[in-house]
Design a protein around this ligand. Sequence first.
Ligand code: BDR
Ligand code: CA
Length: 336
Amino acid sequence: MSISPRKVIFDTDPGVDDAMALYYALAHPGIDVVGITTTFGNVFVAQAATNALYLSALTGRSIPVTQGASQPLVKKAETPPDYIHGADGLGNLPQRVATAGELDPRSSAQFIVDMARQYPGEITLVAVGPLGNLATALQLAPELPTLVREVVLMGGTVLESGNVSPVAEANIWNDPHAADAVFTAGWPLTMVGLDVTHQVILPLTLFQQIADHHQHIATDTLCHAVAFYSAFYSQRETTMGESLACYGHDVLAFVVLTNPELFTLQTGRVRVAVDGLAQGQTMMQRKAVSYPQHGWHYDIPHTQVCMRVQANACKAVIEHTLLRDWIRKPLLALIS
Ligand code: BDR
Ligand code: CA
């Protein structure tokens, strides 16, 4: 008996590790990407939408792509980190081929609501950027938590140091008010934060091997992007070793869906510091005690937080999945 693949809306700010995550999802037989909703973050949102269309067209997929949040709900927008992902989000590609495909005209938030209503109980939201699209979808349809199957987000950290401040991770810090709305909405929610993503180091040679295997523009593009991104991480982090390597952050949000046995989870309430020096910190209640401080009331919903990962097995799953036979002929624009 074959189990039908899980319907996923991928909410993303591509971004190099976002591209890795998208290609992992497209390559995995257990996942059906039914839409890509984009947000600002690693790049401005128009570039994020362009990249999502481009990356999916290169693999021969015509998936609905929407453009969503262009700025945080409350705070002033931060500058996109072109030194990590490149000014174009894909490691400054020297050129792009002309691909077919246009944006779905709906906002990302509206698309999420429409799909959740069309497929009640079936949609999994995998969110790997700042969380404005999900927060806005909650405002449009307060019943959304009862309509989606579950939410998995890459963001936050509990015990590991932050990557934009000692306590904050980038996706949460980019829109802390949206993140707090997502953590308190009351849907089945899994957080994949730096506690696990900093354990999985992916060498550039893995992506070179994948590109050599497929001999395809999609995996060549990914490899180019990862080379740029790895140069940043190898220069910044002592954990990368001698050769170029990087964290795969966003791809782990899919690995937890396909291979939950590789992760150790802890359940507890998570809230976000929305301003001040700790802005973007994800604070987790790890003890079953009651606190007098406002904001930790018993009716605040729980989040499942990934605390540990079997790093080598996770790496092997990523390698195995991306080496599958999954890429089709690119959807190129017709030249008249
Ligand atoms: C997260 O921030 C972004 O730069 C990455 O794409 C990832 O989603 C890691 O902190
Ligand atoms: Ca991302």
